[in-house]
Design a protein around this ligand. Structure first.
Ligand code: NAD
Length: 508
């Protein structure tokens, strides 16, 4: 894949990858510019949907749902099985699109598509395991059970930084659960969306499923409002900033729709005096600078025991000095570009605020390759020593800035870790078992993800993924997240020939 991009121009390799995924010329051309953060160039243009188009997509998805919900779940699994096969076959093609639009290094772009393949495997298995419980009834000759049924249309709104993986967690499970899907991808990563959609459309055709169970709408936030407002959209699964959640959650709640929110994080790792510092160093560097600090699970805060902070920050600064920053298609590159100029400006503003609040930038923060690529934004990841918990540390700046704070006793470390509005991911590096257990106990980390001796990012699909507080409380991907995409019914079946009432109530 790397060779492919470097041998040809970026736009040409993107066009080839789109064609290989089955995206036809009709899906291209239009007003919306698909730009690459690698160079800042416009790769292609695509047409966008109007508000009427979005409503029509919901209508089609709803009609398809009425058929799809009656197809046995293991048969529904066949679509996802086929999608997984096609994703495996076209892993490199889709990864080229992800790399070109989201700026990921090659192994991370391939990893993103691998995550899609993994969730397909998981969802196919899940299609035979949509279990309900049977409970003993208090009445003779009665049986009590729960059944799970398809929910309806699921609206999926996705963020630029995982343009296809997080969407696929939702879509693979929603489709095996008998729902249909209307997908509004980020306007920044529309070509990746076209590629993933074309492969799913082919899987739907190959398996004879109703054609309209998956709808892609490339629409701006105004045109896509029907996804939030239309009562036929039973569940809105939205991934993005806290601001997005604040805008849409009250409106979905007002119509009693369901919302699955995967919003911003502000993830920290505690490094205890007993930690293996070399292992911690590797875990910290991957989590803090991987994807150029543009993962929801990026490590943004490091809470280090005061006895080891100088040693650890010295090691970190020297490790940061070895990172190769630049074109993510180069095999040796570890840090690709920021997504756009706004992101660069946000980073500079946060660094200025950190300095104003008493912080010292130990390394990084500057722009690189500006002469060679004036329309792209490559930066040196920054480490900032902060004297205390301060305002800037409370915010998620979607760029590679790692704030270093110190602690003197363990309760203080936990208080610092939990002392932000977001609650996505967290980690501790320690070889003290009691500390590790406390960290993951009820009185420890308040996040949806709490790791031991591993960084904050890079989750596997098998576990439930999501976070608390301003991160939104949603859970998706593995474990029993499938239930979010279904409705539960409780059935009482009376085979006694009598009509005894519960709680011994007498009537008639
Ligand atoms: P964003 O909030 O700007 O946009 C996310 C999506 O929401 C896009 O598709 C956008 O078009 C859409 N959107 C925004 N406002 C909308 C509105 N009012 N109505 C309908 N749609 C609207 O986020 P981004 O910059 O694309 O992504 C980065 C953010 O996403 C970060 O905060 C990151 O932490 C978060 N994120 C969270 C997770 C998670 O699982 N918790 C995963 C990935 C990204």
């Amino acid at each position: 894949m790397t060779e492919t991009i470097r041998e040809t121009s970026l736009a040409a390799s993107v066009s080839r990858a789109l064609e290989a995924c089955g995206v036809t010329a009709e899906a291209l051309g239009g007003e919306h510019e698909a730009r690459s953060p690698l160079t800042g160039e416009v790769l292609l243009t695509v047409p966008t949907a109007t508000a009427e188009d979005v409503t029509e997509a919901i209508t089609k998805a709803h009609e398809a749902f009425l058929q799809w919900r009656e197809v046995p779940a293991p048969v529904r699994g066949n679509v996802i099985k086929r999608w997984g096969e096609l994703l495996t076959e076209h892993k490199e093609d889709l990864a080229i699109l992800v790399q070109a639009e989201a700026g990921k290094i090659t192994s991370e772009a391939l990893g993103e598509v691998q995550e899609m393949i993994d969730i397909c495997d998981f969802a196919v298995g899940q299609s035979r395991m949509l279990y309900g419980k049977t409970m003993p009834s208090e009445r003779p000759g009665h049986r009590l059970q729960e059944t799970w049924h398809p929910l309806g249309v699921v609206g999926v709104i996705s963020a630029f930084n995982f343009p296809v993986a997080v969407y696929s967690w939702n879509t693979a499970l929603a489709l095996v659960c008998g729902d249909s899907v209307v997908w509004k991808p980020s306007g920044i990563t529309v070509l990746s969306a076209l590629g993933a959609h074309a492969l799913l459309a082919r899987a739907i055709r190959d398996t004879g499923a109703p054609a309209d169970i998956h709808q892609l709408v490339i629409a701006d936030r105004h045109a896509s409002q029907a996804i939030i407002e239309d009562p036929r959209v039973a569940l809105v699964s939205a991934t993005g900033s806290v601001r997005l959640g604040q805008e849409i959650a009250p409106r979905i709640a007002a119509r009693f729709g369901r919302a699955l929110l995967e919003l911003g994080g502000n993830n920290a790792a505690i490094v205890a005096p007993s930690a293996d510092l070399d292992l911690a160093l590797r875990g910290i560097v991957f989590a803090a600078v991987g994807t150029a600090g543009q993962r929801c699970t990026t490590m943004r805060r490091l809470i280090v025991h005061e006895s080891i902070v100088d040693e650890l920050t010295e090691k970190l600064v020297s490790a940061y000095g070895t990172l190769r920053i630049g074109d993510p298609t180069e095999p040796s590159t570890l840090v690709g570009p920021l997504i756009n100029e706004k992101s660069f400006n946000d980073m500079q503003r946060a660094l200025a605020d950190a300095r104003a609040q008493g912080g010292t930038v130990l390394t990084g923060g500057g722009r690189v390759l500006a002469d060679e690529r004036p329309d792209a934004y490559y930066v040196e990841p920054a480490i900032v020593r902060m004297p205390r918990q301060s305002e800037v540390v409370q915010d998620e700046t979607f760029a590679p800035i790692l704030y270093v704070l110190t602690y003197s006793d363990f309760p203080e470390a936990i208080a610092l870790q939990n002392g932000v509005p977001q609650g996505l991911s967290s980690a501790i590096f320690t070889n003290d078992q009691a500390e590790a257990e406390k960290f993951i106990s009820a009185a420890g980390s308040d996040c949806g993800i709490a790791n031991v001796n591993i960084g904050t990012s890079g989750a596997e699909i098998g576990g439930a993924f999501g976070g608390e507080k301003e991160t939104g409380g949603g859970r998706e991907s593995g474990s029993d997240s499938w239930r979010v995409y279904m409705r539960q019914a409780t059935n009482t079946i009376n085979y006694s020939g009598e009509l005894p009432l519960a709680q011994g109530v007498k009537f008639l």
